[in-house]
Design a protein around this ligand. Sequence first.
Ligand code: SF4
Length: 142
Amino acid sequence: MGNGPGNQTTLIIPCSGIGKVHGLIGREATYLVTEDLAPDETATLCLALLVKGDPDAVASVQSHTCITIDGCAKACAQKNVELAGGRVGKAIQVAEALRNFRGAKPGTATALTDDGWNIAREIAKSVTCEAAILHDQEGVVQ
Ligand code: SF4
């Protein structure tokens, strides 16, 4: 994470899915939110740190509202945030979102097509809205 997010920052946590386009869409959507759409209100952290029990990562998910972006229904990011004692304000699955883009060819595990970027942008916009709603509703989570 590195930036030392303030208490009112929403953490956007993608799964670490590789091998399919779903994980890449989730990661790119995360960066679109944390770097472009809402850099002052959101941050991300590495799911692997959480999985291995890194104390700083665990403390972060326990003290911030989290939005998880998982590639598929196995929901690895959501489950690991919850296992670490964090609270998931909104859980998004790319596979589910893709159903709204029938016929789209989003790309591969390593590169998104224009379709793939459009889908990542739609997910990012939706995550940004959810983060704003969670922020207004809940403020600081202790
Ligand atoms: S949620 Fe699905 S795509 Fe993501 S890491 Fe887990 S199994 Fe892989």
